[in-house]
Structures are given as structure tokens and as C-alpha cells.
Design a protein around this ligand. Structure first.
Ligand SMILES: Cc1cc2nc3c(=O)[nH]c(=O)nc-3n(C[C@H](O)[C@H](O)[C@H](O)COP(=O)(O)O)c2cc1C
Length: 400
């Protein structure tokens, strides 16, 4: 009797993303953004979508010193079921102490490490995106974190390198894979690119070809759900990390979830189309108001929340016909009641503006020659001068 052929399960195009013991329903990660991805904003994005929502970066030193600000930044709301914290550090011992503390005090379910900061103040001292150039130091920081974390997954996020002549990502990724990280994310720019031009997704393809035992996440210039699917198709990456594209558009996480679920055959064409967000002005204003309300909880007061929401106003209303006076007045409010009065003057039925509300937003700028410590590029190992510079590299700064 001929053997009955066994049917292989139908392949899904968008498998769930597994980061160590964490399984995400959709392969989407909110990029850590200093000054943005606090618990208020993470909660708001979660209300629209699915995925992993990473904290803004916290320095390992500040955490070990238990500075009040770092303790506040690592706190999660009970609704944040995967508590994800990003750390930045330049010293293996301090990194190990910080991770040990997070684990011992049960403060995190996932720890990401930032090796991508291009800010001159940081790279000038050998930190941020300059650090992986010192391959021994990079490896020992990652090993220290992974060892201290035990069962908690540790991931890394990096840039391509210092500049096009000093790429570090493939070697650093292999070292991180060897050290036991649970995934590797690449912002496909160098420090020298800063936020200019277009992210080089071909580097994500190369990374995916190089790293075979853990997921590779692609990052850079995803402005829509279509961009996210395109990145997966073009590079083969296992998931996407979305930063500036969701500024003032937390509903993008709904679009992303629908797009990936549709692709996996979990929802129909009609459901996917219905899930796509084309918010009229009233809904954009509601999201802004909700953001301010969540910030009020985070800061424990309306005044600081209103001050913080200012930078988001232009992003929420990008492309919408909201007059200069209202925008300027929103930047001056000190209470939620004042904000409500101003938002009440808008016509909530004005439709989604389409293309004008889409595309690039947030940081851009020109390429910059990376600032580095003297003779930093001469050797891939850390010498005494480099060590002295690094002592000042772990400063509070603006992220990645
Ligand atoms: C305001 C801002 C703050 C950022 N802060 C961090 C950070 O704390 N840690 C980090 O790894 N990257 C940080 N980044 C980089 C982003 O995580 C992301 O890699 C980058 O914006 C590229 O992705 P995008 O094109 O989707 O924005 C920051 C970016 C912005 C715009």
C-alpha cells in the first residue's frame, strides 16, 4: 500500500516573532526613543496594536546609582505585560550590576542594549555607535549582560558602524549571537549618516544572511504598514522596529498588526481593509488628548504632561488643516481643561488628509563626520587612552 503523503502545514508568511521565551503575535517592535517611549506613550501605542514596546534608553550607571529619574523611567504600568527596558552602558561590570538589579527585583521581562547612538557628545568619548569598533569591549558588555540576565532575554540594537569605511555590524552581530542574545536589531545607517538619506536595507539583508540562530529585526524608515511588509520581503528580516513613523500616529501599530495578520491569513481582506486607520481630525485630536492624559499619570501632574506633549502636537496634526493659532496655543496649555477647550474648536469631521499626513517625520538632518576619541580607529582593541575616554561616555543623552 502506498504511504499516505503527510500534508505539511501551510506556510505562513508572517510567523510570530519569538525573542527567547517571549512570543509576539505580530513581528513588530516599538523602537526605543529617548524622551518619547515612556510608559504613557507605550501604553497608547499598545491600545492600538500588538507587539513589543521598548522603554526609552536608561544608562546602566544611573540605574546602579538608583537615580530617581532612572527609577521612574524603568517603571511599567500593570497593563504592560512584557516589561521591556533598554539599557546603555560602556562598562561590562556596571552593565552586569544593572541587569542583576533588574532581574533580582523582577523589574523586566526583556532587556535591550543600545549600541547605536550617533550623538557626537557620546561617540566623541567612544560610546554609542563608536563602541562596537572595540570588539573586545563590545563582546564583554554583551556577555556580561546575558550572563547576569539568566532566563530574561537580552537583545542588541545597533547601527551599521561608524561610517562606510568602518562598518561593525556583521562582526558585532556574530559576537552578540555567540554571547547568547535573543535577537539583533539593525538601524541600517552608520553614525556618520546620522538620520540623513535613506536607510540602507541591503545591510539588513546581509545581516539576515549572516545571523542564522536568532531573529534579525530591521529598522529604519518604516513610515507605513506597507513599508514594513516591504522591508520583510526585501530583506528577509524576522521583524520590524518602528520609530519615527509612529510619532503622532500611535494608530500605526493597528495598521501594522492588521497588515501582518492579513499576510499570515489570520484575517480576511475585508477585515484588513477595515482595520486600516484613516483617522479624521476628531480621532487624531482624541489620540493627542489620550496621550496627554497618560502623560499626566506618568508625571503625576498636568503641567509637566502639558509641557511634554508640546513636541507631539505638530506630529499629531501633520497634514491636517489645523491653524497656526491653535497649534501655538496648544503649545502653551498648562492643564487638560485648557487643552479640551482648544481641541473643541476643531471640526472633528474633517477627513484624514491622506499623503500629507504620511511619510517622514521626526529627526532628519545631514550626514556628520563622526566625532571620535583621538586614535580610536587605529586599533580594534581598547587601550588605556580609550578606557579613560570611555569613563565619560555614559552620559545622559538623546538616544539613538
Ligand atoms: C527622538 C529619538 C530618540 C531616540 N532614542 C533612542 C534610544 O533611546 N535608544 C535607541 O536605541 N535608539 C533611539 N533612537 C533611534 C530609534 O530607535 C531608531 O533606531 C531610529 O529612529 C530609526 O528608526 P526609524 O526610521 O523607524 O525612526 C531614537 C530616535 C529618535 C528619533
Amino acid at each position: 500500500m502506498p504511504a499516505t503523503p503527510t500534508l505539511a502545514p501551510a506556510p505562513t508568511l508572517a510567523p510570530k516573532l519569538t525573542i527567547g521565551p517571549i512570543t509576539l503575535d505580530v513581528p513588530v517592535v516599538l523602537a526605543p526613543m529617548a524622551g518619547i517611549t515612556n510608559t504613557a506613550y507605550r501604553r497608547l501605542c499598545r491600545e492600538y496594536g500588538a507587539g513589543l514596546y521598548v522603554s526609552e534608553m536608561i544608562t546602566s550607571r544611573a540605574l546602579v546609582e538608583r537615580t530617581p529619574e532612572s527609577m521612574r523611567l524603568i517603571a511599567h504600568h500593570p497593563s504592560e505585560t512584557t516589561r521591556s527596558i533598554q539599557l546603555y552602558g560602556v562598562d561590562p561590570k556596571t552593565m552586569a550590576e544593572a541587569v542583576t538589579m533588574l532581574v533580582a527585583e523582577d523589574r523586566a521581562d526583556h532587556i535591550d542594549m543600545n549600541f547605536g547612538c550617533p550623538v557626537p557628545k557620546v561617540t566623541r568619548r567612544g560610546g554609542g555607535a563608536a563602541l562596537p569598533w572595540k570588539s573586545d569591549l563590545f563582546r564583554s558588555i554583551v556577555e556580561a549582560a546575558v550572563t547576569a540576565a539568566g532566563d530574561i532575554p537580552v537583545t542588541v540594537k545597533m547601527r551599521k558602524g561608524i561610517d562606510d569605511n568602518h562598518l561593525t555590524y556583521l562582526e558585532a552581530a556574530r559576537a552578540a549571537e555567540g554571547a547568547g542574545v535573543a535577537s539583533i536589531a539593525l538601524h541600517a545607517r552608520t553614525a556618520g549618516d546620522f538620520y540623513s538619506g535613506q536607510a540602507d536595507w541591503s545591510a539588513i539583508t546581509k545581516l539576515k544572511e549572516t545571523i542564522t540562530s536568532v531573529p534579525v529585526l530591521g529598522n529604519g524608515d518604516i513610515w507605513s504598514a506597507d513599508d514594513a511588509l516591504r522591508m520583510v520581503d526585501e530583506t528577509g528580516c524576522d521583524g520590524v522596529v518602528v520609530g519615527r513613523g509612529c510619532l503622532g500616529r500611535p494608530w500605526l501599530f493597528g495598521d501594522l498588526a492588521a497588515a501582518f495578520r492579513h499576510r499570515a491569513g489570520e484575517i480576511t481582506d475585508a477585515e484588513a481593509t477595515a482595520a486600516r486607520a484613516f483617522p479624521p481630525l476628531g480621532q487624531a485630536a482624541e489620540a493627542l488628548r489620550r496621550h496627554a492624559e497618560l502623560l499626566t499619570e506618568f508625571y503625576d501632574g498636568e503641567e509637566r504632561a502639558c509641557r511634554d506633549i508640546r513636541k507631539h502636537v505638530a506630529w499629531y496634526f501633520k497634514g491636517y488643516p489645523v491653524g497656526h493659532e491653535v497649534r501655538a496655543a496648544l503649545a502653551m496649555v498648562t492643564t487638560l481643561a485648557e487643552m479640551d477647550d482648544l481641541l473643541a474648536t476643531l471640526d472633528p469631521t474633517l477627513p484624514y488628509p491622506g499623503i500629507d499626513a504620511e511619510g517622514p517625520r521626526g529627526r532628519a538632518g545631514r550626514p556628520k563626520r563622526p566625532a571620535l576619541p583621538d586614535k580610536w580607529l587605529d586599533s580594534r582593541t581598547l587601550d588605556t587612552t580609550g578606557r579613560a575616554e570611555l569613563a565619560g561616555a555614559e552620559v545622559e543623552h538623546s538616544g539613538g
